[in-house]
Write a protein that binds this ligand. Structure first.
Ligand SMILES: NC(=O)c1ccc[n+]([C@@H]2O[C@H](COP(=O)([O-])OP(=O)(O)OC[C@H]3O[C@@H](n4cnc5c(N)ncnc54)[C@H](O)[C@@H]3O)[C@@H](O)[C@H]2O)c1
Length: 345
């Protein structure tokens, strides 16, 4: 009996939970409630960051939080505000850099009940998260503030691992096609390297169809006929823009989940901010964090629970208990109750 209990405890992964600022704690509690009802095997280890980190531990990214993520290797994070007073760098960027979270994964799928232009979008954007024009190499040129340059750094290593990640993800998720997005017709060296390395890597995965597309044409095709896309892999700047564009195809950032994944750790997070205008009112929409938590469960090997969570959220969104941002009159609690009631039996 004791041995069984111990074995079960060992099987339950620990996850660092950063509830975050603003509406963060409200949507986090709702997500924890749904996951518990769905039977997720997770032990939460609560840590703080952002404004709450400064208030409770004097640091927007306390070392205890970093150590917890390093230990557990998986975190679920609510939105973080940047503390007022200046001098604080973005905690989200700091976490990505510290843990080398090179893959930003943003799936978008049409949700019945969420107003949007299309009825059948289902694609994943995989964005390289550490290189490109966001490498932090920029300076003013000459005297005064009359010219500036930012340097885009693309490496063979960075290109190789992100394209391989996208192809592996395609296989794991039963996807058929990966489209590499670039601007190699103009940026022949940096984007040309990304494209050439991507083509080399794709040869190792003959079971996945692979094509490439120039970023401006991609934008046009995404807004006119998004169903032709399956998995998109691209560099940091284009990925930043395309992942918000694609979120807009299914109802916006309020319903968009995301994950930042590296070899040593993975952090799953809602894409929206702290919504200070509605914080503390109990009316926030927890959909994005719930769907991010489902991605986390996939990552933890609990795919059937993840599918159940997605089914519950999807069914609740299609029903009469939507939150105010989606035109409904439910509060966070009533919407969460509806998600739980809609979990597959
Ligand atoms: N991932 C993050 O940690 C993250 C991302 C973006 C912004 N931020 C921070 O959030 C703060 C506010 O940023 P902002 O106002 O530009 O963007 P925001 O996403 O917080 O809010 C924009 C609008 O969307 C609404 N909204 C957002 N999420 C919602 C939800 N779950 N349910 C219902 N309504 C929702 C808000 O009420 C607001 O009207 C800033 O401090 C910003 O730095 C954090």
């Amino acid at each position: 009996m004791t041995a069984n209990v111990e074995a079960k405890v060992e099987e339950t992964p620990k996850v660092t939970l950063i509830a975050g600022d603003g509406i963060g704690p409200e949507i986090t509690r709702a997500t924890q409630r749904l996951l518990a009802a769905a039977g997720a095997r997770v032990t939460w280890e609560e840590q703080v960051a952002g404004v709450t980190g400064v208030e409770r531990a004097g640091d927007p990214l306390p070392s205890a939080t970093i150590e917890s993520i390093a230990r557990n290797k998986v975190a679920l994070k609510g939105p973080l505000g940047t503390p007022i007073g200046g001098g604080f760098r973005s905690v989200n960027v700091a976490l990505r850099q510290h843990f080398d979270l090179y893959a930003n994964v943003r799936p978008v799928r049409t949700l019945v009940g969420v107003p949007s232009r299309y009825t059948d979008v289902d694609l994943i954007v995989v964005r390289e998260n550490t290189e490109d024009i966001y490498s932090g190499v920029e300076h003013y040129v000459g005297p005064g503030r009359n010219a500036a340059e930012s340097i885009a750094i693309i490496t063979r290593h960075g290109s190789e691992r992100i394209v391989a990640y996208a192809l592996e993800l395609a296989i794991a998720r039963g996807r058929k096609k990966v489209t590499l997005v670039h601007k190699a017709n103009i940026l022949k060296m940096s984007n040309g390297l990304f494209l050439d390395v991507g083509r080399e890597v794709a040869k190792r995965y003959p079971q996945i169809a692979f094509n490439d597309m120039i970023v401006d044409a991609t934008c046009m095709k995404l807004v006119t006929n998004p169903t032709q896309f399956d998995v998109i892999v691209t560099m940091n700047l284009f990925g930043d823009i395309l992942s918000d564009l694609t979120a807009g195809l299914v109802g916006g950032l309020g319903v968009a989940p995301g994950g930042n994944i590296g070899r040593e750790a993975a952090i799953f997070e809602a894409v929206h901010g702290t919504a200070p205008d509605i914080a503390g009112k109990g009316i926030a929409n927890p959909t994005a964090l719930m769907l991010s938590a489902a991605m986390m469960l996939d990552h933890l090997g609990q795919g059937s629970v993840a599918d159940a969570v997605r089914a519950g959220v999807t069914a609740a969104l299609a029903g009469p208990h939507r939150t105010g941002d989606l035109g409904g009159d439910a509060n966070t609690e009533r919407f969460t109750d509806a998600c739980i009631a809609a979990l597959p039996k």
